[in-house]
Design a protein around this ligand. Structure first.
Ligand SMILES: [Zn+2]
Length: 116
């Protein structure tokens, strides 16, 4: 099991994600397309977050079921936490914030979130 280390650009928000990442989701919804997210989903227990005081901010919209976390200093959106189908709490990590991951090697699944 690999533990992936990621962060926002300024380093005030650090994430650690203990799950395999072999692909990511690219969604065209109004939010994802603007942030350029490439998201990998997994159990929330696999994600740990370390943030300097006041650095971790959150954006919610629509039904407010997902917490879209980002760094209040540099603006990078590192991860989200929400409740998935079946009521299970899920984490979504923005693989773009994990420098060791070769983005070109990932299988990208396109999701048509704009049509939902
Ligand atoms: Zn930052």
């Amino acid at each position: 099991m690999t533990t992936h280390q990621g962060s926002c650009h300024c380093g005030a928000v650090k994430i650690s994600y203990a799950a395999e990442i072999d692909g990511a989701m690219s969604c065209n919804c109004s939010h994802c397309r603007r942030k350029g997210y490439l998201l990998a989903f997994g159990p929330v227990e696999a994600l740990s977050v370390e943030a300097e005081d006041g650095a971790l901010s959150v954006y919610r919209f629509n039904k407010h079921v997902i917490d879209h976390h980002f760094c209040a200093r540099c603006g990078c959106a590192t991860h989200g936490v929400g409740v998935g189908p079946g009521g299970v709490k899920m984490a979504a990590v923005n693989v773009r914030c994990i420098p060791a991951i070769d983005l070109d090697a990932l299988t990208i699944t396109k999701v048509d979130g704009a049509s939902y």
